[in-house]
Design a protein around this ligand. Structure first.
Ligand code: ZN
Length: 579
């Protein structure tokens, strides 16, 4: 299927790019642009800019840029059609898809289709066949209702895989594809299923597309859990289990609860805590923190109370704080985890969540439990352990509150702790909104004129009287000038989307937006005319040089007459050049 260009332009013109981007990062107005901290690379001073008139973004730091669709594609990991569809809905533009039979599905799309099919098959086995009985029995024991199990698309992988293989083979999938998507393993002849005999927890991306699977054994066998490996479509560190179900509630409540395992998530949802996700590994990654940041500013880490859980909390806190998220943690009662607590009912879990504490308090409490903090050495160790956590807190009010708390538990004077904090080598300077980075690359004449004309297409009529794209020396720029000439637009600035058209490479986007972003656009009409004249004169001079060379050659061979056409052309060009 192909999307008509007219629809793309219409959506592009109706959507406010700064508003869309502003949902993901804080933007501040700076002249005719907006600036902010780039979401695609780590930075402390903003070098990300948005031009609301020509409808593009560009980062001077990582040198990436594009239109609103490309922003969503990068930010949400969407494909182009998906980004268009999402914004079309917002803009109220109806898309009439054009059939495009020649386009083959990419391998990635095929893996997604395959996993979706397998997932449906397993779910059928779990709920509708005798083979699925052990799975249903298990869910019953765990008080997991059918509707919640269906929401998470749980399934059961049967021991006999012949019928499943028949289904997927008939649907046109090869053994190689079965292996590539991670849930089958190659054997001498054919393939075998990785998770057979297990209760299946499909792992999806945030949109609910199955990208991997986890399987739990029913009974006492080992290993308790097997997860399908990382593949072309699945990277553990980039997904959160349950996010597709939880993202709505998370964004409504501006809060996410992060637990350890599949069953923890499902049990929490079962008793109504539907903003719960799991990290698919022990500690949260930066990618996962970024995912959460799209939907909420507050995160509650609710890992098991053992020492692995404590380490995961401390590490998770680091990556979340780094993304500017507010982190608290809950301490489950001795020997309990989210799943076992959920068995006691909503009220019991509510109590634990209400008693959530900040990371500093968590570290203090843990240290109080593990070591003797009544001795001078113990007190000093406590301070040494806790100060680095306080140091990382960016909000000065919260930082002060924690200094007070540490003073209380360690017996050190508050003023002394504050002094330590200031003296520590790695001071963190926090600016609420730092200055936009200055950039010094100067555009050349052609680039500058191009950028000006995209901002003021109403000047084009006059500019066209002076030059044509054929006079543009740089081949790459000539291409863009040709597009500009073809667009023939008079009303309002020209958007990046109109220039790019379909199938522009990432490289093209970056180069084009760079040229358009560098210009400060404080030039006036006379400047544009001057730039165009300069380009024309440069060309005239080159032509003059060429003619001069030809005339000398003729003179040297004695063939030069006084009314030679070359001479007349030379005089003519000189006249034009003098204006
Ligand atoms: Zn950047």
């Amino acid at each position: 299927m192909k999307i008509p260009e007219s629809a793309i332009n219409e959506i592009n013109n109706r959507i406010e790019i700064a508003e869309v981007i502003g949902r993901y990062l804080q933007l501040r107005r700076a002249g005719s642009k907006y600036v902010g901290l780039c979401p695609f690379h780590n930075e402390k001073t903003p070098s990300f800019s948005v031009d609301p008139d020509r409808r593009f973004w560009y980062c001077f730091g990582c040198k990436q840029g594009g239109n609103v669709f490309q922003f969503l594609m990068k930010m949400e990991g969407m494909g182009f059609p998906e980004a268009v569809r999402k914004l079309a809905e917002e803009a109220g533009v109806e898309i009439k898809w054009e059939a495009d039979n020649f386009k083959q599905d990419t391998a990635k799309q095929r893996y997604l289709q395959l996993l979706d099919r397998v997932c449906k098959y397993y779910s059928h086995i779990l709920f509708e066949t005798g083979e699925g009985a052990p799975g249903r029995e298990y869910l019953l024991q765990r008080r997991i209702s059918k509707s919640v199990a269906e929401k998470f698309r749980l399934g059961f992988a049967p021991l006999n895989i012949a019928p499943l293989l028949k289904v997927v083979h008939e649907a046109g999938f090869s053994d190689e594809e079965l292996v590539n998507c991670g849930i089958f393993v190659k054997k001498e002849r054919g393939v075998r299923e990785l998770l057979s005999g297990r209760l299946i927890f499909p792992i999806t991306d945030f949109q609910g597309r199955v990208v991997a699977m986890g399987g739990r054994i029913l009974g006492n066998g080992l290993p308790k859990y097997i997860n399908s490996p990382e593949t072309e479509i699945y990277s553990k560190r980039c997904h959160l289990y349950g996010l597709n179900v939880a993202r709505g509630p998370i964004s409504r409540e501006n809060k996410a609860i992060v637990v350890e395992g599949y069953l923890d998530v499902i049990s929490m949802h079962q008793i109504g805590f539907d903003c719960c996700v799991a990290s698919l590994g022990t500690a949260l990654t930066t990618e996962q923190a970024k995912l959460l940041k799209r939907y909420a500013t507050q995160v509650i880490l609710a890992y098991d109370g053992d020492s692995a859980g404590a380490k995961a909390i401390i590490k998770g806190n680091d990556v979340l704080e780094e993304e500017g998220l507010q982190v608290t943690t809950v301490v489950w009662p001795e020997g309990e985890d989210p799943d076992s607590m959920a068995a006691r009912g909503r009220q019991a879990v509510e109590e634990v969540l209400k008693a959530k504490i900040g990371i500093v308090k968590f570290v203090i409490q843990r240290q109080l439990k593990l070591t003797d903090t009544t001795t001078p050495e113990g007190k000093e160790n406590l301070v040494k352990l806790v100060l680095p956590f306080i140091e990382k807190i960016q909000d000065p009010v919260r930082r002060d509150a924690y200094v007070r708390e540490l003073a209380y538990y360690s017996g050190f004077a508050e003023s002394k702790l504050a002094l330590y904090l200031r003296r520590r080598k790695h001071k963190i300077d926090y600016h609420p909104f730092p200055e936009f980075k200055a950039h010094t690359r100067l555009l050349n004449t052609e680039e500058k004129l191009f950028s000006l004309c995209t901002a003021h297409p109403e000047w084009l009529e006059q500019v066209k009287k002076i030059i044509s794209p054929s006079l543009i020396g740089d081949e790459y720029m000539r291409h863009w000038f040709e597009k500009l000439w073809l667009l023939d637009k008079q009303d309002g600035p020209i958007s990046v989307t109109e220039l790019l058209g379909e199938g522009a490479s990432e490289d093209d986007c970056a180069k084009l937006t760079e040229i358009m972003a560098y210009d400060r656009l404080d030039s006036n009409f006379e400047d544009a005319i001057q730039l165009a004249s300069n380009i024309r004169n440069e060309n005239l001079k080159k032509s003059l040089d060429r003619i001069k060379y030809q005339m000398f050659a003729k003179m040297a061979s004695g063939n030069m007459a006084e009314d030679d056409p070359l001479y007349l052309e030379y005089m003519n060009l000189q006249k034009i050049l003098r204006g």
